[in-house]
Design a protein around this ligand. Structure first.
Ligand code: FES
Length: 151
């Protein structure tokens, strides 16, 4: 092997080392970057919702409850007698399960630990320690509007 061949071989070896090293760095970056992005997600500002439209009164039969999304929070809308709407936070005050309206007992019920609230949102039985937070309900042109009382 003469000097020219040695230099050529050394050049190829350097080129291959750079190629392999670059590929390895690229692979590490493609694995590490998604992991770091997952562990440190970008901040997404939460939308501030003050009211929602729940639909038309005609679409909502009496003695019925419906869970709606109020921003990121669930709200339960119930209609006791025709035209008498009430809305409460649908998150149980015990351990945050979602409550539901029971037509047979006319109560708000949490299935997780059999917690019971009356139709005023008061905790009447079971483990819930506090009443459900109440929302305002307005009817405007037959449309049900639920309003956050804190807004
Ligand atoms: S979470 Fe509702 S009663 Fe326990």
């Amino acid at each position: 092997m003469n000097g020219d061949q040695k230099a050529q071989r050394s050049g190829r070896r350097k080129f291959l080392n750079i190629l392999i090293g670059g590929g390895l760095l690229g692979w590490i970056g493609s694995v590490v970057y998604p992991i770091l992005s997952y562990l440190n997600p970008p901040e997404i500002p939460e939308a501030n919702v003050n009211s929602i439209k729940a639909g038309l009164t005609s679409d909502f039969p009496p003695n019925q409850g419906k869970i709606l999304k109020f921003g990121k929070k669930p709200v339960i809308l119930i209609q006791m007698d025709p035209g008498e709407f009430r809305a409460f936070a649908a998150t149980c005050t015990h351990l945050d399960c979602i409550v539901q309206y029971r037509q047979d007992t006319k109560q708000i019920w949490c299935a997780c630990h059999n917690g019971i609230y009356d139709t005023n949102g008061r905790n009447v039985s079971g483990p819930p320690p506090r009443p459900l937070g109440e929302y305002k309900v307005n009817i405007i042109n037959n449309e049900i509007i639920i309003i956050n009382p804190e807004s």
